[in-house]
Design a protein around this ligand. Structure first.
Ligand SMILES: Nc1ncnc2c1ncn2[C@@H]1O[C@H](COP(=O)(O)OP(=O)(O)O)[C@@H](O)[C@H]1O
Ligand SMILES: [Mg+2]
Length: 259
C-alpha cells in the first residue's frame, strides 16, 4: 500500500455553535484519485477549506506528507505543494487565459518579481512555462482570449491549469464537473486523467457519479458533517448508511442523487 499524502485526524469545526464537521478522519494515498461525496450541506467544501487553510479546525489535525499543517497559512500550504480549485469559478473574467494561468504562479515568485516589467523578471520564464502547460493540454489556442468569451467547459479546465501552475503534489477539486454537459464532462475526465498521469494526487468532490466512477477507486462519504463511509467505490452501493443518506435526503435513487 502506498503512503498517505494527506491524513485527516479527527477534524471538527463549528460555526456559531453549529457543528459542520464532526470528528472526520480519513487519508488519501499518494498518487490516488480519491473522491469525496455526500449530500449538499454535508460539509465537503468546509473540509476543503480546513485542508487548504482557509479555516483552522476547532479540533483535529491535517497532516500533509507527514507534516502537521496546524497554523500554516493558506499561501504557505500552496507553496508546500497543496493547491485547489473552487466550487465556483474564480478566474478573472476580463483577463486573458494566459494571464489567469500565470496568476497561479504567484506562490512561486517573489513579490518584486510580480511588479517588475516582464522582460526583467523571472516571470518571462513563467510565461513560457504557462504557454507550454496550456499547449500540453491542447488549450493553448485560447491563450490570448479573455476568459469571459470562452465556454464554461474550457474555463473549468483553465481553473485546473491555474492550480497546476503552483506545481502541487496534491490537488483539491471542488465540483469541477458541475454545470458541464456530457461531452464537456468526458473531456474534463480525460484531462484529469492526464493530470493524474503526471503524478499529481487528487481529492475530488463532485455530484456526477458516472464521472466519479470513471476516475476514482476510493471514496469517502460524508453526511451531516460525519464520515459515513471510507473505502472502495465498487462496494458503495451495498452500504446501508450510504443508501440511507441518499434516499433520506433527496428521495432519489443512488446514482441520480446529488453527491
Ligand atoms: N463560513 C461559514 N459560516 C457559517 N456556516 C457555514 C460556513 N461555511 C459553511 N457553513 C455551513 O456548513 C454546512 C456545510 O456546508 P458546505 O461545507 O458548503 O457543504 P457541502 O460542500 O458538502 O455542500 C452548511 O450548513 C453551511 O451553511
Ligand atoms: Mg460544496
Amino acid at each position: 500500500m502506498s503512503e498517505p499524502i494527506l491524513n485527516l485526524s479527527r477534524i471538527s469545526k463549528s460555526f456559531g455553535g453549529v457543528g459542520v464537521l464532526n470528528d472526520v478522519s480519513f487519508h488519501v494515498e499518494k498518487g490516488a484519485r480519491h473522491a469525496l461525496i455526500g449530500p449538499n450541506g454535508a460539509g465537503k467544501t468546509t473540509l476543503f477549506n480546513v485542508i487548504s487553510g482557509i479555516h483552522e479546525p476547532d479540533k483535529g489535525k491535517v497532516f500533509f506528507e507527514g507534516k502537521d499543517l496546524n497554523g500554516v497559512p493558506s499561501r504557505k500550504r500552496i507553496k508546500r505543494g497543496l493547491s485547489r480549485s473552487f466550487q465556483n469559478i474564480r478566474l478573472m473574467p476580463h483577463l486573458s487565459v494566459l494571464e489567469n494561468v500565470m496568476l497561479g504562479q504567484h506562490s512561486r515568485y517573489a513579490f518584486l518579481d510580480m511588479i517588475k516589467p516582464l522582460s526583467l523578471s523571472s516571470r518571462s520564464t513563467g510565461k513560457t512555462e504557462a504557454i507550454e502547460t496550456l499547449r500540453s493540454f491542447n488549450i493553448d489556442l485560447h491563450k490570448g482570449q479573455t476568459v469571459s468569451s470562452l465556454p464554461y467547459g474550457i474555463r473549468k479546465k483553465i481553473e485546473v491549469v491555474r492550480a497546476l501552475m503552483a506545481q502541487p503534489r496534491l490537488l483539491l477539486l471542488d465540483e469541477p464537473a458541475a454545470g458541464l454537459n456530457t461531452a464537456e464532462t468526458n473531456s474534463l475526465r480525460d484531462f484529469l486523467l492526464e493530470v493524474s498521469d503526471r503524478g499529481i494526487t487528487f481529492l475530488l468532490v463532485d455530484h456526477d457519479m458516472p464521472f466519479i466512477n470513471s476516475l476514482c477507486k476510493k471514496v469517502s462519504v460524508m453526511n451531516f458533517g460525519q464520515l459515513i463511509y471510507d473505502g472502495a467505490i465498487k462496494d458503495l452501493k451495498k452500504d446501508k448508511k450510504v443508501l440511507e443518506a441518499y434516499l433520506g435526503v433527496d428521495g432519489e435513487n443512488y446514482g441520480e442523487a446529488h453527491a
